[in-house]
Design a protein around this ligand. Sequence first.
Ligand SMILES: Cc1ncc(COP(=O)(O)O)c(C=O)c1O
Length: 378
Amino acid sequence: MAVPFFSIHHSYNDAAQKSLLARWQRILEHGGFVNGPEVRELEADLAEFLDVPEVVCCSNGSDALVLALRAADIGPGDEVLVPAFTFFASAGAVSRCGATPVFVDIDPATFCIDPADAVAKITPQTKACMAVHLYGYPVDILALAQTLENAAGRPIPVVEDAAQAIGAAHASGPVGGMGISAGWSLFPTKNLGAPGDAGFATSMDKDVADHMRRLREHGGGRQYYHDEVGYNFRMDSLVAAGVLELLPRLVEFNAARRVGAEHYRELMTAAGLNHVIVLPPEHPGHVYHQFVIRAEQRNALKDFLHAREIGCAVYYPLALHLQPCFQDLGGKAGDLPHSEAATANVLALPIYPGVTASQREELVAAVVEFYAQVSAAQ
Ligand SMILES: Cc1ncc(COP(=O)(O)O)c(C=O)c1O
């Protein structure tokens, strides 16, 4: 049985497709294709779901991070602390604002930013810190902000990259509401996936959010009058309609991901794989955008699974301080050992809500077979 790495057919099932076609029909009738009524409805629904007062829908998660940073007053001459092990956009957004990403190592236990290394990278130019809730694991933003402030002797605002973490929560509160601003992605593969590119930014502060709203529309509060240079980061109504369709089922989707994660843990532990595999960090507020193991002989295991049509993927194969586009910042191999080690051994397994128990069993049986072959060959 093939095990796809990802499929939209569980979320966009027959009932959802039918209802979405009816929503699209209404959009064709009212004609408000861009930032239309569906976008405003989505902003209200997301604000309620996330328990944040301000939601600014936009074109995608990468642009949402630019809004979140610009609204936090990040610009040329500023340094922003960014984990080196994350999706490119976390750091790309900093550069797009004209600021400099300063790469920080990760805590190997959580894959998220290491507060101690962040402290070590603070300079007088440090203007903010980007915390990424990687794979859906909730970073303790309040503790991070306190640690940074204690070390710097001044507040260092934390901007949250919550692209992978919709619905995740820390004991101190849901993600996305504890920093100065947050950027989120609704890319189709995310826990809440749009039928196209989409994202949004959030803030607890109305002034920050109003600034993001202006930046979304070329930096103007009034049409054709521009206080600053902004962007066209508007959201399409057709795309917003798909998100409106799925949002009421997000709690169910995230619960299914947790069930899948628990099942993988049980299967792998029962199979005695713990000497060759490290299971992902556990947290009650984790939403498992990805279920990422660390695996010995990762690349060979990946090829073995692919040969059996079992999906798996590497997020991410090259740390950001080693990316060609950031070489002028002087990063070199060995600088951030935990980030570099993760790139060599992480492997994401299928975790979208439609994965069945028997598919997980098949996957784990294949992993057991792979390591049996490896040890037989030694
Ligand atoms: C951690 C992280 N940040 C930012 C983004 C950017 O989101 P988008 O692809 O919607 O631009 C993503 C999406 O993959 C992501 O995973």
